[in-house]
Design a protein around this ligand. Structure first.
Ligand code: ATP
Ligand code: MG
Length: 327
């Protein structure tokens, strides 16, 4: 069985990645899918809390320290027989700084896990390791709110991800790698380095390598999910955002989901329980199920007109809820 891997990342912290990873995993399991949800937020692991589990399980740290030879022996069963949890580094401090060989071993072994969906809860920001977990698949999930800072941090994440993908596509120990590092260290006067600039600079040295790097980069198609939304009009920013993604980052992304801000989430965090146990009928519980259902139907397909689709869906949903028809 080849699993659909969904790494869940964000530029800014606190946007709801762990909440989403846990509750989407539960929703997918309830839809009958075999799911594993793994905590890859080393140094900040709290996925177990969102799942309503205690912090007692050996996890990835124990695998990397060779206390357990196989990741699958570390899978924790949950209330739902379709859902398993893989803990992070509770018993192994400083794993966020794991070295390259450990990371590659982890990535290889995560890909071997048998399930239909493997959800990865990542730490926020653009550390190399986080970018590499995000790059395990071409279709990662980015979570953001509609606030300016959150969107800007997401764009920074994507730009650094582009640089990382391009860097890893280059032949090793060549002049090209050196050139790339020099480009990263431009002085303020020289302006901001864009993905296009970087590829153009590479093309001046080796056209074929630059073309391959561009092809590799443009094969990624992240899916953006907006969380903590209050009003669908917040999504009016989508056409502009789409243009920025295409022009500045040479990237096509799909706008995949819209989740309401809801006090029920706060209560589930306070009570350290999964959302469906606290309030299965809350608006956000419905949003999570709609998103899980959408994932089962559409995750592997590129979406057309995703910005206008999401905006219309969000507006309809908002109207239905306001008039009481959505309940
Ligand atoms: N839809 C929502 N409505 C209301 N509050 C929310 C929602 N989603 C998340 N939150 C709140 O946001 C806070 C952060 O959530 P969470 O820990 O899942 O974010 P994160 O992105 O994983 O953070 P970190 O970057 O620290 O790992 C929590 O207190 C949670 O209650
Ligand atoms: Mg988190």
């Amino acid at each position: 069985m080849t699993s659909t891997i969904i790494p869940i990342a964000s530029g800014k912290g606190g946007v709801g990645k762990s909440f989403l990873a846990a509750n989407l995993a539960i929703a997918l399991a309830k839809l009958g899918k075999q799911v594993i949800v793994a905590d890859l937020d080393f140094g900040g692991s709290n996925l177990h809390t969102c799942l309503g589990l205690n912090n007692i399980y050996p996890g990835i740290g124990d695998f990397l320290r060779a206390r357990y030879p196989k990741l699958k022996d570390l899978l924790v069963t949950t209330d739902d027989q379709n859902l398993k949890f893989l803990a992070g580094d509770v018993r192994s401090p400083f794993l966020a700084n794991m070295h390259h060989a450990q990371k590659m071993r982890l990535i290889f072994n995560l890909k071997q896990l048998e399930c239909e969906y493997l959800l990865l809860d990542l730490g926020s920001g653009s550390a190399y390791n986080t970018l590499d977990y995000f790059g395990m698949t071409q279709l990662g999930m980015l979570v953001t709110t509609t606030e300016h800072t959150s969107i800007m941090n997401m764009l920074t994440f994507l730009k650094l991800f582009a640089f990382r993908v391009i860097e890893r596509s280059l032949p090793k120990n060549t002049f090209l790698e050196e050139k790339l590092r020099k480009s990263y260290n431009l002085s303020v006067k020289e302006g901001i380095l864009t993905v296009r600039n970087l590829l153009d600079e590479l093309a001046e040295i080796d056209k074929d390598v630059a073309e391959q790097a561009e092809q590799k980069w443009t094969s990624f198609r992240p899916r953006i999910v907006f969380n903590k939304c209050k009003d669908p009009n917040e999504l009016n920013l989508l056409p502009k955002l789409e243009k920025i993604l295409q022009h500045n980052l040479l990237l096509r992304a799909d706008f995949f989901g819209y989740l309401q801000g809801d006090p029920a989430v706060y209560i589930s965090f306070q009570q350290r329980k999964a959302l469906y146990k606290v309030n299965p009928t809350a608006e956000i519980s419905k949003d999570i199920y709609l998103l899980a259902d959408r994932i089962t139907r559409l995750w592997k397909k590129p979406l057309r007109n995703s910005s206008s689709l999401l905006l219309n869906n969000a507006k309809n949903m908002f109207e239905q809820r306001r008039s009481g028809l959505g309940n």
